[in-house]
Design a protein around this ligand. Sequence first.
Ligand code: DAH
Length: 425
Amino acid sequence: MTIFSVQSTIFTRASVAILSSNGLNRFSFASSFSSSPLPKTKKRRFPIVSAVDIGGVTVARNDVVRDDDPTNNVPDSIFSKLGMQLHRRDKHPIGILKNAIYDYFDSNYAKQFEKFEDLSPIVTTKQNFDDVLVPADHVSRSLNDTYYVDSQTVLRCHTSAHQAELLREGHRRFLVTGDVYRRDSIDSTHYPVFHQMEGFCVFSPGDWNESGKDSTLYAAEDLKKCLEGLASHLFGGVEMRWVDTYFPFTEPSFELEIYFKEDWLEVLGCGVTEQRILKQSGLENNVAWAFGLGLERLAMVLFDIPDIRLFWSDDERFTSQFKKGELGVKFKPFSKYPPCYKDISFWISESFTENNFCEVVRGIAGDLVEEVKLIDSFTNKKGMTSHCYRIVFRSMERSLTDEEVNDLQSKVRDEVQRKLNVELR
Ligand code: DAH
């Protein structure tokens, strides 16, 4: 189930704003905590990588993918993405966009913002949740939503995980870019790994005293001015609006939306940092603002990229279209190969969740799965609930054969039955 929109934030409260991961809002407080046993999928389609390099540190597969720990829910497909750091590739849309945001900060705030883009995505639950005041029963802490390495270690689900440690280390103004990980549904705008940039800016009494404004108002106005400038830098003269929202780490909290292709599109979440967070680092006399934005979502709009899986493609027809420093070159789709639809119906058990199902499908089909959609659901007289999902298989690089798709579907049927405690119909 989707908790945010095109992966960017997860953390708002309004019951309407249950958007999902690659969108911004996951930190919504609408849904109750859902606990679910994890599917332990064997990733047959993925060559098993035995170690990855994350910013010069070698991380072994066995440290992250653990069959012996019931809390561990990291599949090989996710492990293999660790250390890929698409945001550090200058000719990749994600890297080009990151650099364009850097340019904005460099030209408007010369040398004020330090840049971090190589912090390990393997963090403690304290960093990811407690330090930024995410409540103990928040849905984002569940095994259904977050990848756990063990009960106290996760793959960060947002770059906010680094706010507190950087403050404690003495940094006051910074940008943190990195890959973030969320268990989620499958469609053209959701992928379990995506990229975020976090911005953080601390002010001292001298800054707001001069203005005659109250510190919170001062920070909120400065934040809005900064982000409106950023949106104009990236999108040109677009229409924008601010929407009040909720995040555990900020008060007040806002989302910035831009009017794009006849619709309002949420581009980032932000706000004035909760005093408790500053206090933890001895900054009780200060005020700060923070923001978090999803790079895929912005890049899909700026470069006209129709499917989030493309960011991970090595196909030259994709990679050759982008040049260092060229923001907003429109992607020319190469031929779309035909989709292949397969339906699967089963009686679900109480522990069933759509995220678990999607992970099984991804574990088998990898990037050959384009979408998983619930197309029918009913409960019979005995109280048994049936779900029917339509799986859309489509490669972005070639035509799939019937045989190949049938084989994938039959593996999905086997594995779903074995791992998810459901009864096929
Ligand atoms: N961490 C939030 C998310 O992933 C995004 C965010 C919102 C970051 C507000 C912030 C902030 O720093 O102030 O959903």
